[in-house]
Design a protein around this ligand. Structure first.
Ligand code: ATP
Ligand code: MG
Length: 397
């Protein structure tokens, strides 16, 4: 079997060989290539020690990414390649990190420490595939199976539970029975894993095509890491219907909960401020009236802006079991035609009101807000004269 490798990858494999070391591409890239997918990045495993790798690539830019774990990043033709020394992990007394790693001269030993059989295949153009744990067979049958005894492997590093579920969700695979049983049994051990590592895997899991099935089959495991129950009716079905982006999938996951739950989730998983604000805004306005009336759409834009408004429409379409495609188009139209849904688009400013004799103070702000509402509701045209006239008539200040 011949695998197409990018030139920089071939170059680095042969450069290591020329210096007397073994080298293979390994892990996710081999898995993806065997599935006919373009690998996202290429990882290389080698018998060379980190210092030896640095020496082989002394004319290239190298970064000591995780030298104590044996990883050196080499940049060849602008392509970063992670080159890691064959490694055996020591004991995992904390269920997260090996107490120490030791380097080995054996490729099989290195493959043995890897999490799943489909991630434990190596390839070299002159050798072909090295697959001591029958990863290819599991790939063909769409199965996620631990390398070795699942309970032992999950007890070493509990993140692997979530990684297994993530691969099943993104690759559309099933989890082999003893691996699945161990995941359910060891779910409480996820509490020892850092928020950052959990958040990365969870986001990928939720965006997987198969996320709804994993959500249904592994509710108990996910509830260990989420600050809410996943018991809303049809939750998985709804998730399947929204776009596979982190914001849409998290919003669908939390749609039946409150803003407090979003805050708890954001704190627990250390979401970025920007992401938390977007998610909170969606949940805060989840029940906003939606109709094809211009006023309703402008109010939606007023509260959420163009991007989040579209996300909310997308989720509400699923929730309300309605087709909001034409509303999406109307929304685009309003934005393109510079419709007024923000104070900054109002044809009048606070200074204009002062010039017209309104008294200074906080009432100016309230007046502007009322004027904006009048424009959005179609009660007043967005021109300075009309707005001043409207404010005077209604004695807004
Ligand atoms: P992705 O496509 O998301 O990058 P990947 O399989 O390449 O998936 P990485 O996190 O990039 O995942 O890890 C590269 C390889 O390192 C894996 O394929 C696996 O062989 C090994 N690996 C990564 N994390 C672990 C872990 N926690 N335990 C054991 N092996 C791991
Ligand atoms: Mg990878």
């Amino acid at each position: 079997m011949k695998m197409e490798l990018p030139t920089p990858v071939l170059h680095s494999l042969f450069a290591l060989n020329a210096a007397g070391y073994e080298s293979y591409v390994v892990g996710g890239c081999v898995r993806d290539a065997l599935m006919g997918k373009e690998p996202f990045d290429w990882d290389i495993t080698t018998s060379a020690l980190p210092e030896q790798t640095m020496e082989v690539f002394q004319d290239c830019r190298t970064i000591e990414t995780g030298i104590q774990h044996g990883t050196v990043t080499v940049i060849i033709d602008e392509m970063p390649l992670e080159i890691t020394t064959y490694r055996v992990d020591g004991d995992y007394s904390d269920g997260r990190h090996p107490d120490r790693v030791s380097f080995t001269r054996s490729l099989t030993e290195d493959l043995k420490r890897r999490d799943f059989t489909v991630n434990a295949i190596a390839y070299h153009p002159n050798v072909g595939l090295v697959d001591p744990f029958d990863g290819q067979k599991d790939l063909q049958n769409s199965i996620i199976r631990c390398v070795g005894d699942p309970s032992t492997r999950f007890s070493e590093d509990a993140l692997r539970l979530l990684r297994g579920m993530r691969f099943a969700a993104t690759l559309d695979f099933c989890i082999e029975e003893t691996t699945a049983t161990a995941i359910h049994q060891l779910a409480p051990t996820l509490s020892g894993i850092s928020a950052e590592r959990i958040a990365i895997e969870l986001e990928k899991l939720l965006c997987g095509n198969n996320a709804p099935r994993i959500l249904t089959e592994y509710t108990d495991v996910l509830e260990e890491i989420l600050p809410c129950r996943l018991d809303s009716p049809n939750l998985a079905k709804r998730m399947a219907l929204v776009k596979a982006t982190p914001l849409s999938r998290y919003a669908a996951l939390l749609f039946d909960t409150s803003e407090e739950t979003v805050t708890a989730m954001a704190n627990r998983l250390k979401f970025s401020r920007h992401f938390t604000e977007d998610l909170s805004a969606l949940i805060r306005h989840k029940a906003i009236p939606i109709s094809n009336e211009r006023a309703a759409l402008l109010r939606l834009l007023h509260h959420l802006g163009p991007v989040l408004s579209k996300t909310l429409l997308e989720i509400r379409a699923v929730y309300d079991a309605k087709d909001y495609t034409s509303l999406q188009k109307q929304l685009d139209d309003l934005v393109q035609r510079d419709a007024c849904y923000r104070l900054s688009r109002l044809a009048i400013s606070g200074n204009d009101l002062l010039d017209a004799g309104f008294s200074p103070g906080p009432a100016i702000g309230t007046t502007l807000q009322r004027l904006l509402e009048a424009v959005m509701d179609g009660d007043c045209a967005n021109t300075k004269t009309d707005l001043l006239e409207y404010a005077k008539q209604k004695s807004l200040c």
